[in-house]
Design a protein. Structure first.
Length: 308
């Protein structure tokens, strides 16, 4: 019912993790079946870096929930441009991106040649007590879907690190994506989105360059991306799902790192402050258990192709 929590430990530290191809394939299967890999003491950054992060403050902006780093552009957002500490923050986020990617490559070798590096981020605010609009709340169970970065069926793989030196980061998770989709997908509008006419899809693709010029990803969204965004919002707003779905509480200790496909592992952040995260987009063709992917599950439910 609940995600498998697989502990990954090595007496040789990070450098000794995931050396055998068999182990890497096994770990990939755990993730693709909705599990969470937990590395109990893999902080990635040293104490001096963690102390600096604890003192960092982001820009007050509705556009930046976190301090983000785009590794392919070497660009930092969400941090004061005039700050004397900006250079150090950018170097630190670049360092985390490199170390996280090295770790992920050691653990999950079958994905390494095919994934696309997405954003890394630092989350400086305490989760408990935050007041946000419902669709932006992290303390409500949800699956991940990115409004401005559609995947067209590719997977959202994320690695998290608790950068708090004294407090755990507490997640709540719940039943499998297959169970969630079976119960709520039609109510959330899957059939309506799946029934988008081919002519409308072609029109959206033709308009995509104009939308990109306007810095909008709307026209590039496949039916799959449009539905996953709908499902993200629907689950957060649905009181039956939030209150009646069975829940599992998971504590990630200071220095812990954990990995999950968050497009299928529903999660909420109950409490914690100072977390690092890196996202990777993994194509569906890299999956070993393709029938468990959200795209496959949703296409079986609606009987339609949901990609462009």
């Amino acid at each position: 019912m609940f995600p498998e929590l697989r502990l990954v430990e090595s007496s040789a530290g990070v450098a000794g993790i995931g050396k055998s191809g068999f182990a890497a394939e096994e770990l990939c299967r755990v993730l693709e079946n909705g599990g969470i890999l937990v590395l109990p003491n893999t902080p990635l950054l040293g104490e001096a870096d963690l102390s600096f992060l604890a003192s960092a403050r982001q820009v007050k902006s509705k556009f930046h929930k976190n301090i983000s780093f785009k590794p392919r552009l070497n660009r930092l957002t969400g941090f004061d441009r005039a700050s004397a500490e900006r250079t150090r923050m950018q170097a630190l986020m670049h360092k985390y991106s490199l170390l996280a990617t090295e770790l992920m490559g050691q653990l999950l070798g079958p994905y390494r040649r095919q994934w696309q590096l997405d954003f890394a981020s630092f989350r400086p605010l305490a989760e408990q007590g935050r007041t946000e609009a419902t669709r932006y709340r992290n303390d409500l169970l949800h699956i991940d879907a990115f409004p401005t970065r559609p995947t067209n069926g590719a997977r959202i793989l994320r690695v998290f690190t608790n950068a708090n030196s004294s407090q755990p980061r507490v997640w709540t998770t719940t039943v499998s994506f297959k169970e969630i989709a079976g119960r709520f997908a039609l109510e959330a509008g899957l059939k309506r989105i799946a029934d988008t006419t081919p002519a409308r899809r072609r029109a959206l693709r033709l308009a995509a360059p104009l939308f990109r010029l306007a810095n909008s990803a709307f026209a590039d969204r496949s039916p799959y991306d449009r539905f996953m965004l709908k499902l993200h919002d629907f689950l957060k707003r649905n009181s039956v799902f939030q209150q009646q779905t069975p829940k599992l509480r998971v504590e990630f200790a200071p220095g812990a790192t954990w990995i999950a496909f968050t497009d299928m592992v529903a999660h909420a952040v109950e409490s914690g402050q100072f977390a690092l995260e890196h996202t990777y987009i993994v194509p569906l063709g890299a999956m070993m258990v393709r029938d468990q992917a959200p795209l496959t599950i949703l296409e079986k439910l609606c009987g339609k192709v949901l990609t462009n």
